[in-house]
Ligand binder design. Sequence first.
Ligand SMILES: [Zn+2]
Length: 408
Amino acid sequence: MAYANANDRYRPVINRVLLGVSIVVGIGGCRRPMSSGPRPPQAERVPVAALSVPAAPIAVRAAGHTALVYELHVTNVGTRPLSIERLEVHGEAIGPVGPLAVYDRRQIQRDVKFLAPRGAPIPKTLTPGARAIVYVWLSLDTTAAVPRELSHRVIFSGADTADGGTTPVRGPTDLVLAPPVGPGDWWFGLGPSNSSEHRRAVVRVGDDTVPHLAQRFAIDWVKMDARGEYARDHEGRRNTDWYGYGEPVYAAADARVAAVVDSIPDNVPGENSRAVAMTVGTVLGNYVVLDLGPGDRAVHRYALYGHLEPGTVKVHAGDVVHRGQELGSIGNSGNSDGPHLHFHITEAADAAAAPLRSEGVPFVLAEFTVVGHDPELVAKHASLTPLGGHRNALAVEGDVIRIADGRR
Ligand SMILES: [Zn+2]
């Protein structure tokens, strides 16, 4: 397939198509040990770090494996800088059975992001009060038992250790969706992976202490032709040159429309040509949020369709829509370099008021065919989705998938 060969003509632009909502801000609530008052006995170690998993992983079939995708937060509650040497992920509890996975210093450095306390600059290391977000993507053999619970041991240089971050494992996900787009070939730029811009974007709204990762499993759907080109003229200087521009987007499930924005002008394609100033209120461009109803914890799930073409949204807040119903058209509004659909699912108390103040959750597509892979990402990722037909699986970053006619 054309996709299996390097096709550099689309790389330079496609590589920049993203919803880079990367608002990194400080956290509050971290306490240092009391400097006065009773001291613990000398034999008792004062904890140096607190571990937590704010969003429990939900098992999902992806790239031929069962994936558990989550973040371990390591907060320095001591008085000295910490350096993470090793992370052990244990199934069930830490015990005689060895760890499920071990990450060394090099792997952690690749998959960590640091957040500072409120008002402080972004730290480069885990200084007192700072929080390290370690991005974890566990790939289990599909025949292996999925642990019901995970716990963690972090070993720091200097032999300090911290145990904790115990979290249930949810799922496997029961959210089976129809494709949000029509027939054709679609490149999953910035699709689910442990390193995509979506995955790494942390958003803190208002007085939140723990950041949200609404885009944990977000996908940018970019339409391609059979040669792997995104634009008719190979350049895509105008929105109308892009194959995806104006293509309809569809309800991925029966739902109620929770929110609609339809008044932001399209950008001219490119990195530095935003039609309006970028704020939390404009980064998504024109969008539709669908309320998919409650999931397994009675918390509602929401589907977000971003960067829509202005004036094309066909639904209103409160409308009931059915799977396959047309919602609007792909555009290039908001924080977007070229026409594409930004699509993700979140759990939230109320995603209508603040769509990014929510937690990204996985889903599976009922049916799709992988027809190629992005050559650059073949080299980067351990596994992409195998070529051929798939049911009830999540396609990942680097896949090029074909949606057949009449599959909605
Ligand atoms: Zn996006």
